[in-house]
Write a protein that binds this ligand. Structure first.
Ligand code: C5P
Length: 292
């Protein structure tokens, strides 16, 4: 018999998902929209910490915990992910004490809830010592369209409703700034407001991206949800205007269904400068920067 492993604490990053480009290319029979999107996962995000325990509990803290105030912890996608994993590996009475350090704005187009659920799947499969990558991907798909890409947390082109993933070549060493004006945007409302739902797919990405190549590629793509989101939350246009008038920003666009927008800059340092400048003027906006 092996020694009983000492209880250990595992920690997983739940990185923001940024849609660098997002084309809505059709609809599935169940009403979900078919997407063709390029996603990146800069090092900005929530953190999920899991420790062995009797019973399954979740506490949420961190600067954005308050935004989840009216969401009962039992409904949190993190606990749904934990229960789904326990069921799939046959743990009748799953035990883990989960702590979510919530830093990302909620309902903001950067997949915070999906990233948290994905981090829970990764953390608990380390803690409970089970589940293949294929099984995690299957469970992820059952939890939400963006969860599989967040489990991988690597640059990818995602198709279907987001579950069909093709890895992307390494992204160039640019910096990225994320800006959210503090308006929660409901994803279903944005999809409903989208006039044309069968747009052309993304051009095939090249086999390798340098900075100029990525910027040229992005210039030939869109976020089809940007116009309907701006119609619902006009402040998004103000965010984009701020980013597009800063000379250090090489490219700016909204992510997902908004309201978070991103800008690319020449370096991580340049991105940090943009972030500081935006924060200084718009003190109530959430602003972060990182390497792309
Ligand atoms: O996957 P998530 O829970 O974020 O989706 C929220 C809602 O957004 C869905 O219930 C659906 O109305 C809409 N949606 C969609 N097509 C997608 C993703 C989301 O229509 N690919």
């Amino acid at each position: 018999m092996s020694d009983v492993a000492a209880p250990r604490v595992v920690e997983e990053e739940a990185r923001a998902k940024v849609n660098l480009a997002l084309h809505v290319v059709g609809r599935r029979a169940d009403g979900y929209h078919l997407l063709d999107t390029l996603v990146a996962f800069p090092a900005v995000g929530d953190r999920l910490i899991a420790a062995p325990a009797d019973g399954l509990t979740l506490t949420v803290d961190g600067p954005r915990a308050g935004a989840l105030g009216d969401c009962a912890p039992e409904d949190n996608l993190v606990l749904r992910a934990a229960r789904a994993l326990a069921r799939s590996i046959g743990i009748a009475a799953p035990g883990a004490c989960l702590r979510l350090d919530k830093r990302l704005p909620v309902a903001s187009g950067i997949g915070g809830g999906s990233a948290d659920a994905a981090a829970a799947l990764r953390a608990l499969s380390r803690l409970w010592g089970v589940a293949s990558e294929a099984e995690l991907a299957r469970l992820a798909e059952g939890l939400g369209a963006d969860v599989p890409m967040c489990v991988a947390s690597r640059p990818a082109r995602a198709r279907g409703v987001g579950e069909r993933l093709d890895p992307l070549p390494a992204l160039p060493p640019l910096g990225i700034v994320l800006v959210n004006p503090g308006v929660a945007v409901a994803t279903p409302a944005v999809f409903r407001a989208l006039a044309v739902k069968d747009n052309p797919p993304l051009p095939d990405p090249p086999g390798r991206f340098d900075a100029a190549g990525l910027l040229a590629y992005l210039a030939a793509t869109r976020n089809d949800l940007e116009a309907p989101a701006v119609a619902l939350a006009p402040v998004i246009a103000a965010v984009l205007a701020v980013l597009r008038t800063d000379d250090r920003c090489l490219f700016a666009r909204m992510s997902g269904s908004g309201a978070t927008c991103f800008a690319l800059a020449e370096s991580e340092t340049a991105a940090a400068e943009v972030a500081a400048a935006v924060s200084a003027v718009h003190r109530d906006w959430w602003v972060a920067s990182a390497a792309l």
